[in-house]
Design a protein around this ligand. Structure first.
Ligand code: SAH
Length: 230
């Protein structure tokens, strides 16, 4: 069993990489892949870069080159729900691309051509295991639901409300759905773990810098606990 772990930013994966044993690094298309063991489980960890294209390229490369059984995308996100405050956790039960939009020609917003899905589903067992692993966190709200991705940092109430209502999504970020899309077409199970770094509103740009580190720490605890439990 090989677990693939992808984070967009250095801060989201550096603690995992520094905890790995038997580490071997390879760089493909400018993306660093680290093979080794974490909590005694075989893993491949990569920092993909920001946005859907980097995320998809990274997931596809990881699948073809390292053949992971599952891929987990870890990181931070903007909350779309008043029930999820900064530091709370979303585990994806599926992903949507909020900026994938051919609605002017009569196609529903977010409908992905070829696979004909708006929401790409995660494996239910994997979602359950990650929700379970997240119980390691105290005083933290953990919700399973839709993660929305797009190539935009969302920092307005209007935009956030539009994504939340159109896709019934819990949080918004910039990579998860691209990784999910790549995994889906390759028949690899995937799930997204995101800690809220901001509320995707008018203060998001300031909150992001203030809380990104605290949020990341929580996702690292979940991943390590998950690896111990499997
Ligand atoms: N400082 C970074 C840019 C961060 S962009 C740089 O140096 O390039 C924000 C990152 O956090 C993305 O990877 C995205 O997935 C996530 N994210 C957190 N809050 C977000 C929000 N409100 N909207 C979109 N993405 C968000």
């Amino acid at each position: 069993m090989i677990i693939g772990i992808i984070g967009a930013m250095d801060i989201e994966v550096k603690e995992l990489i520094s905890s790995m044993a038997d580490i071997k690094k390879e760089t493909v298309s400018g993306i660093d892949f680290y093979q080794g063991k974490l909590e005694d489980k075989k893993v491949v960890v990569a920092e993909c870069g920001i946005g859907k294209v980097y995320a998809a390229v990274c997931a596809q490369t990881m699948i073809l080159k390292y053949e992971p059984d599952i891929i987990i995308n870890t990181g931070v996100a903007g909350s779309l729900s008043t029930d999820l405050r900064i530091g709370d956790i979303v585990i994806s039960d599926g992903v949507v691309q909020h900026d994938y939009d051919a609605s002017p020609i009569g196609i529903p917003p977010g409908m992905i051509s070829g696979i004909n899905l708006i929401k790409v589903p995660c494996n239910e067992e994997l979602v359950k295991k990650l929700v379970q692993a997240a119980q390691v966190l105290k005083d933290t709200n953990v919700a399973a639901g839709t993660v929305a991705s797009g190539d935009q940092f969302i920092c307005s109430k209007e935009k956030k409300d539009c994504i939340a209502t159109t896709f019934d999504a819990l949080c918004v970020e910039m990579e998860g759905a691209a990784i999910g899309h790549a995994c889906y077409i390759n028949k690899v199970d995937f799930c997204i773990i995101r800690a809220m770094s901001d509320m995707a509103d008018g203060s998001a740009h300031m909150d992001f810098d203030t809380f990104v580190e605290i949020a990341v720490e929580k996702t690292i605890l979940i991943i390590k606990n998950f690896l111990r439990q499997i």
